[in-house]
Design a protein around this ligand. Structure first.
Ligand code: GLN
Length: 281
């Protein structure tokens, strides 16, 4: 494996960090040879067939153009599930795994209902349904392509989820149904933050899933908060992933809307990344 890894370090130097290159190398080699991480480690060198070698070359070219490895191989891991991803959906982030973990730990009841707004690949809705099979889970997205991807992911993971295509900023297809939990990881990156972002995100991931205007960065939080006031059961909970720079503002917004016990939670990097709010009428 050392030689293979060195080859990846050489080819991708300056594009990704060494840690990133290492995980990319594993993902590529697993995809190419179908072997486990342990087997890869055990082998000092790998002999590739001609066909594998030519696939590796074309993969490497795409990696050098900063295309995310998850889009190249067409899937990723989230929590302990496998998800199809493509350029219509964000590649789920580890921070979102932390949000799912919080919801699962915080809600030990077996039955209930959950609505995931801006579902993208379906990562949040599917993981929760997987761990709480007796929950009624619904998921919404504006993008038809995202909904189609999320549906395939739900099927692949044998999860029954109701999908709705709609714009949460101007909903037309949502009925009066109420939920115990509403969760969302909406777009929250301000346009002005683009300058600090990497090309692999900017050039390949869907802008509509990422960006909000500088002047109105909480537009989705405001709309979903308002929606929750009429679509959460009494005692229901609202969970969000948030922009680390807007923790206080998001908290104040939800308090102003009438939510109680609005609590910020940090991610493993110590950044304000999640928020929970309760509604008791
Ligand atoms: N955390 C993601 C990023 O930094 C953004 C996710 C989102 O906008 N919901 O790319």
């Amino acid at each position: 494996m050392r030689n293979t890894l060195n080859y990846f370090y050489d080819q991708l130097a300056g594009i990704y960090s060494r840690n990133e290159i290492q995980s990319i190398c594993f993902m590529v080699m697993q995809n190419l040879c179908g072997c486990t991480k342990a087997a890869l480690f055990a082998a000092d060198t790998l002999s590739l067939t001609e066909e594998q070698q030519s696939r590796l070359n074309s993969l490497m070219e795409r990696l050098q153009k900063k295309e995310p490895i998850q889009y190249i191989i067409g899937h990723c891991h989230f929590f302990d599930i496998n998800l199809e991803v493509n350029r219509n959906v964000l590649i789920p982030r580890p921070e979102t795994e932390e949000l799912v973990e919080w919801i699962l730990k915080d809600n030990i009841q077996k039955e209930g209902s959950l609505f995931d707004i801006c579902t993208g690949s379906g990562c949040i809705a599917i993981t929760i349904k997987k761990y709480k099979p007796n929950f009624q889970v619904s998921a919404l997205d504006l993008s038809e392509e995202a909904i189609a991807t999320a549906k395939r992911n739900a099927e692949e993971n044998e999860c029954e989820i109701r999908f709705i295509t709609d714009d949460i900023l101007a909903p037309q297809n949502i009925n009066e149904e109420k939920y115990d939990i509403i969760v969302s990881n909406p777009p929250y990156v301000m346009e002005k933050e683009k300058a600090q972002m990497e090309a692999n995100v900017l050039e390949y991931e869907p802008a509509m899933a990422l960006f909000v205007p500088n002047e109105n960065p909480l537009v989705f939080y405001e709309a979903i908060g308002k929606f929750g006031l009429t679509h959460l059961n009494d005692g229901g909970k609202l969970y969000f992933e948030i922009n680390e720079a807007l923790g206080k503002e998001t908290q104040e917004l939800l308090e102003k809307q009438g939510y109680q016990e609005v609590t910020l939670k940090k991610d493993i990097f110590g950044k304000d990344r999640m928020i929970r709010a309760l509604i008791n009428r």
